[in-house]
Every structure is written in C-alpha cells, then in structure tokens.
Design a protein around this ligand. Sequence first.
Ligand SMILES: Cc1ncc(COP(=O)(O)O)c(C=O)c1O
Length: 437
Amino acid sequence: MSTSEHHFTTALTLSDHAIRASEQAIGFLMQQGVENADCISLAAGLVDERTLPVQLARNSLDSLLNDSPAGRRVLQYGTTPGPDELRQTIRQYLAELEGSSNQLAGLPAEQIVLTTGSQQLLLLATQALVNPGDICLVAAPTYFVYLGLLEAAGARIVPVRSDDHGMCPEDLEQTLDRLHQEGVLHRVRLVYTVSYYDNPSGISISADRRPKLLQAVQRWSKTHRILILEDAAYRELQYSGPILPSIWSFDETKEFVILAQTFSKSFSPGVRVGFGVLPADLVKPVCDLKGNADFGSAHLNQNLICHVLRTREYHDHVRLVTAGYKRKRDAMLDAADEYFKDIPGVSWVHPDGGMYVWMSLPTDICTGFLSPLFHRATQVEKVMYVPGELSYPSSWNHRPQNQMRLSFGVQNADGVREGIRRLANAVRHVISVSNAS
Ligand SMILES: Cc1ncc(COP(=O)(O)O)c(C=O)c1O
C-alpha cells in the first residue's frame, strides 16, 4: 500500500517548509518518466550510462584502499568542508579551467567547500542567504530544480530576460532599478544563473556579458551585498565554441559571486561530489548549515575525486566523455534539421556543450503535460520531452507554453535521431489538427 492510500489515525502536522516543498516539478516529471517507460526519453537529464568510469573508479578505489592505514583514513569521517588536499587540488584544477593560475594563486583553499553534489551547495547557499519573502532573480528559463528549492525557501522569484547570449545585463539593471523604485531592493539576495550550456536552454552567457552582470550586482549592492549564484554544472561538457572564463573569475575581491561546480556530469553523479567557491564571509555560515545536515559529504568519494584529479585520469576521462556527447549533440541537431525543416515556426538552440537542445514551436502549440502534443508524443509516437513551462517560475504570468527541453543525455545517437523523428511526427500531427479546426 502506498503512503497516499494509507489512513493514519492522527493527522501529521508538517512544517511550512515541507508544505512549500511538496509541489515540485521534478517529482511530477519523474512520475511521467515512470508512466511512460515505453517511450524514447528525450526528457531524462541523466548522464549517459556508457560514460560512467567503472574501470577507472575500481582501479582508483583499489589504490585508495591498498594498504590498511590509508584505507582506514578514507573510510573514517572527514571534515565538514572536505579534505584540505582535495580543496587545494580543486583550486589548481579551477586555475586550469580559467586558464589563469596566477590569478588563483591568492585564493585561499578554505573558500572551497565540498558538498553532496552541487545541489547541496545550491541549497546551503540559499538557506544561508534567503529568508521567506526575500527576492531572488533568476534567468528565464532556468533549472527547474532550483526553482523548486527557491519556492520551498519561500523566496519571491523574479525572472530576468535571457536571450541567445544568456541573461541580459540591461534587463538585470532594469529589474534591480524597478525593485529599488518599489522600495524592496533591500530584500534582493541572489541572482541565479547557469552560465555554461544552460539547463534547459543550452545557452552560455557570452564573454562580454559576464563582467557586465557582475558590475550590475556590484552597482546595486548599495546597502547590502547582492550575490550572483553562478551554477557551472555543465562547464566541462564543452564540444565547440570559445572557452569562457567564469563570471566568478571577474570578481577581483571574490565577494560577489558564488561559483557552484560538480563532478556529476563529467565523472559520475553516483559519487555525489560537488563544490562551491564562496565569498570568505559565507564559508562559515554554509559550513554551519552543512554541519547540521551531515558534517561532511562522503569522505571516500571525495578521496576518489582527489585521486583521479591528481593522476589526471579525470582529465583523460573528460575528453572521452565530451567526444561521446558531441556526437550525440550533432546527431540531435542533424536530425532536427532533417525532420523539422518542413514545419514552419519551429526553431532550436545550437548548444556548444551540455546535454540539452531547447526547441520553440509556433506560439499556439502548447507543450505542457496536459497538452495534445504531450499526449500524442507519449501515447502514439512513444517519445517524451520536458515541457518548457516547468523551467519558468510558476508565479510568472508570462510563461511561454510552446517550448521544450530535449536531452541527448541517455539515448545513443540512433535513439536521439529516432526520438527527434517521432517528435517531429507528433508536432506535425498537432499542427495539422489545429489548422483543420
Ligand atoms: C543546472 C544544474 N545545476 C545543478 C545540478 C545538480 O547536480 P549535482 O547535484 O549532481 O551536482 C544539476 C543536475 O542536473 C543541474 O542540471
């Protein structure tokens, strides 16, 4: 018997936080995935099973557990922010990613905090900064799991316009100005954006916009600091385009940007190792909250990541993984060109990395779970996608209804092609029905 069918003798009184957390898009989406298990999934945002480093993980664990004292050390509790050795190794790795080791030489490794996936960093940073009623600005569209987190925190979510070059600095300025006019600037805490190969839009913030976004929050941090929460989860999954420095790298005093990264996409989500680089005065509050949650993420897994970074086997693995995803990205874009070319009013983003292609249909074609298109796609064509509206704050009245997130994560290249072919059939069918009526 499921818990929803069970009749309890006395009602359970939940906290406001738990009640706010109950309406999550991710839960509904997972449910749809289970109910439509016979579909080709272009919905699942999981990493490709074929990329998971089984052999490398086994060998690395073997060497970590090779002798008993070393093995005992990694099987013991660690510390709340994570092992010093790993924090230093990550600082070095970040310097490689930014292409500027000198600039990072002065960054104390103490400002790097290891978390259970980067999701935990997003949660803890938000908990440390946001009270119910506080305002968070987000790119629109954005990562819907973070929207759920903000909703559970009781935040007021204010969207900032994004286009093909990412979040618009002018729009950020205007939004902050408007909030100032409304007398609520003091409640603005965070600006959240996925800076590389966004989930869901696939877009990266262009090089020239990165410092401008930073300057906007600096300018409006008149009485208190407004922080950018830069989510760089897909940073390493790059297949084309320029190598972009993070927004965080432009922040000379390292006061205004929280950089969140993860080893989930590039190595393994199962090891659940992510991290944040925090302003110095945010480290203790985040670690205090983490102390309440778990007083440290899985020590063994952190040591595994440290090992593969140090031997540089991680770097070799990332090269392999990105080559595989690149083929699948190309398969999706080629298939979209082929199967959607005769359907007017359809456009899609060409991402330079990540796992998603964001597609827009004619504005009168809805993509939501209850739409004729979703029904046709999942029940007749047997293909599933993520409706775009999930990626906009539910409180927002202007949510576009005609978009979808298509993932080339889990399917192989043939599956990706076939999924796009089926989706085009479904779209064509719905358009012909709507034209006929
Ligand atoms: C944009 C974005 N940020 C953060 C995460 C969290 O990933 P993890 O907790 O595995 O690091 C994800 C996972 O899908 C994501 O898409």
